[in-house]
Design a protein. Structure first.
Length: 414
């Protein structure tokens, strides 16, 4: 059973026009905003927290009042009324939380909502736009639609047949948020390749897990602890992307075996932001370019590319090869596809993945991970590609080639 509540904040989540500064992770003007405009929480969770974030510096600080208001959900049965004042010191990136108690009951009810409103802001130095943040309270969260194999929800992402809204939740470790330009590029990529008219990207700031490296299973466990956006069964398809502050387990920078990103479920992927920043600083390739290429490539697999849920119109899938470049055959003596494109220059080309499958398979066997990625994006290969394109005067970040675009169109995309 689902309940919906809405938070009305007199400040909107603000993504300013894109900046060329790769280290600019927020808008230029002072803004007050919800970090998340939609949160899914189980009714028995007890509480739900909505962080309010200040972007920019406000001299002298300020206060803002908040209160809850009944909608179709009423207090005290569905939630506990809460009013108060948030006090900000005026520092860029400062957060204050509004906590709402959710009351569990034994009734089966229709969708319900309530509102939390901010008012009485004590300064005129902040840009404020009216906005709402929607929370979903579920009696029992059905995770099954978000726990499928990579690429299996490609049609749902590309079309409006089952879901006409796409919600992308970016969970990032504090200090490792992707650049504003990267998110703008990513939003354009989604709009160009899907028919979703309602696309929302929200952010979830997370504490560091304090791990030297992360396995995919550990990343999946962190997702279970932190993810708040899921398919709601009616109109919203939810994607979770984790920006990590630790490298992938098994990376060896000296040998060039470093992973930039990986997809591991139909709506789940990880970007190894710490590794991306290291390679960007060493190579001179702008951070935004490395982030954008990595994010778009991995999301290409959620689109089902290549032959990972989106069937190719023409044969353009590359094959698995050993360290010497020889095809790796299956038990029946047939070549095996590697879910990447064989067209040179394509965003999904196979050269961007590890080209030492034997070593990679040995490593994966040694970790005994329960979850295996459909793609482990090679950092060194990506940097070399971007450097080569920049040297030839091409757009640094590659696009999908005509064959991959044709595949998406055949599966309902643009």
């Amino acid at each position: 059973m689902k309940k919906i509540f809405a938070l009305a904040l007199l400040a909107s989540l603000f993504l300013a026009s894109c900046s060329s500064n790769d280290n600019d992770n927020g808008p230029a003007a002072n803004t007050l905003s919800f970090e998340n405009t939609e949160i899914t929480v189980n009714e028995n969770a007890g509480t739900v927290t909505f962080p309010v974030r200040l972007t920019g510096n406000v001299e002298g600080g300020f206060t803002v009042n908040f209160e809850t208001r009944d909608g179709t959900a009423t207090q005290p049965g569905d939630y506990t009324r809460n009013t108060g004042t948030l006090t900000f010191n005026g520092n860029n990136g400062e957060r204050q939380n509004i906590v709402v108690n959710i009351n569990e009951d034994t009734f089966r009810e229709d969708t319900e909502d309530f509102v939390v409103a901010l008012s009485g802001i004590s300064t005129n130095l902040i840009d404020i736009d009216p906005a709402t943040a929607t929370g979903l309270i579920l009696d029992d969260i059905d995770l099954s639609g978000n726990l499928l194999s990579s690429g299996s929800s490609a049609n749902d992402i590309l079309t409006n047949s089952n879901f006409d809204r796409l919600l992308v939740q970016i969970g990032y470790v504090n200090g490792f948020r992707p650049t504003q330009q990267t998110i703008a590029n990513f939003s354009t990529y989604l709009s160009e390749r899907t028919f979703k008219q309602d696309i929302e990207i929200n952010f979830l700031e997370l504490d560091s897990p304090d791990e030297e490296t992360l396995t995919l299973q550990e990343i999946a466990d962190l997702e279970s602890e932190n993810r708040t956006a899921f398919n709601n069964g009616t109109n919203t398809m939810a994607i979770y992307i984790y920006f990590a502050d630790s490298p992938s387990d098994g990376d060896d920078l000296d040998r060039g075996l470093v992973t930039l990103g990986a997809v591991y479920r139909n709506t789940s992927m990880v970007i190894f932001e710490e590794t991306i920043r290291t390679l960007s600083s060493r190579s001179g390739i702008p951070l935004t370019d490395v982030e954008t290429a990595t994010l778009n490539h991995e999301f290409g697999h959620l689109f089902g590319l290549v032959d990972l849920g989106t069937v190719p119109v023409n044969d353009h899938e590359d094959i698995l090869r050993d360290a010497d470049g020889n095809p790796i055959l299956d038990e029946n003596g047939n070549e095996q596809g590697n879910n990447h494109c064989n067209v040179d220059g394509c965003l999904m080309q196979a050269q961007l993945t590890f080209q030492a499958p034997a070593a990679l398979r040995a490593f994966m066997a040694s970790t005994k991970e329960e979850i295996v990625s459909a793609c482990s994006l090679s950092g060194i290969a990506m940097i070399r590609l971007l450097e080569d394109r920049a040297a030839r005067g091409l757009s640094t970040v590659p696009d999908l080639d005509a064959e991959c675009i044709l595949d998406l169109q055949n599966n309902g995309g643009r």
